[in-house]
Design a protein around this ligand. Structure first.
Ligand code: BTN
Length: 260
């Protein structure tokens, strides 16, 4: 398929104005994460590489869930080297969520844009973005960071339960930005956050905390068979979630959180 002129223009701006060195664009694909994982072992593949698709037929979410998004969503994956994140690459998810929240805030400055640990982004109290980070197979030291942002895929006519929990930029604005505009802004913020984080890892907590969606809410964290409930007290320096329970403060490095 011939590439639409706005995409050609967006790709040249991405290559000129961001850290991305190569772009793959698809009008339709199974999953951008699957494609990035499939090329990750080839060391001739130059990174950072952006895999961007208008539509995914088999988008994947965290915990083995599928990720469905109608036309107008921004779906992409970045293939990166772990070492570009220094030795603390496990915090990539927190930094990525923060960078996206900051980018989206510029489009909707009047509304709260928050991060839900470990790495969802919430707009006006509803999920607007999900992130799926996966290590590349083998010992390549590469990582795939998959991002789905609801931009022009309105939830206004979605089933009522979905309308309660998810939103898109276009649902909060009189005019939706294009997916290309949002992508460019996210990439620029992401690189800025990466540089700040690598130079001063301790500053992450200071910047993340004011955007924490869970702080002060009653939550239940589930990890495998185990679960812990209590009042969320934000995160610590290591990016662990802090939950105040009847028996004291618990810290958790991973899990799925539900607000009670
Ligand atoms: C989640 O909230 O569960 C994470 C969703 C991640 C979805 C994105 S869309 C682009 C990339 N490709 C995928 O198959 N998944 C991620």
């Amino acid at each position: 398929m011939t590439m639409p002129p706005d995409i050609v223009d967006a790709i040249s701006r991405i290559e000129a104005q961001t850290f991305v060195r190569q772009v793959d664009w698809f009008s339709e694909i199974g999953s951008t994460n699957d494609y990035a994982l499939s090329i990750a072992s080839d060391l001739a593949v130059i990174t950072p590489r952006l895999v961007w698709a208008d539509r995914q037929q088999a988008g994947r979410g965290r915990s083995g869930n599928s990720w469905w998004a109608g036309g107008g969503a921004l779906t992409f994956s970045l293939l990166i080297e772990r070492q570009s994140w220094s030795d603390r690459w496990t915090l990539v998810s927190l930094v990525t969520g923060l960078a996206i929240a900051e980018a989206l805030s510029e489009f909707v400055p009047q509304l709260p844009v928050q991060v839900k640990w470990p790495n969802d982004v919430y707009l006006a109290g509803k999920k607007v973005c999900g992130i799926l980070i996966e290590p590349a197979p083998g010992n390549t030291g590469r990582l795939v960071v998959g991002i789905g942002i609801n931009v022009a895929n309105s939830f206004r006519t979605a089933p009522a339960d979905l309308q309660q929990t998810a939103t898109a930029l276009c649902d909060q604005l009189p005019r939706s930005p294009s997916t290309a505009e949002v992508l460019l802004s996210v990439l620029q913020h992401w690189e800025r956050e990466r540089i700040d984080y690598c130079a001063n890892p301790d500053s992450l907590l200071t910047r993340w905390t004011p955007r924490c969606y869970l702080s002060g809410k009653r939550v239940q964290l589930t990890a495998g068979e185990a679960s812990v409930s209590g009042l969320c007290r934000g995160i610590d320096d290591d990016g662990c979630l802090l939950i105040e329970t009847a028996s004291g403060l618990e810290r958790r490095i991973a899990g799925t959180v539900r607000v009670q």
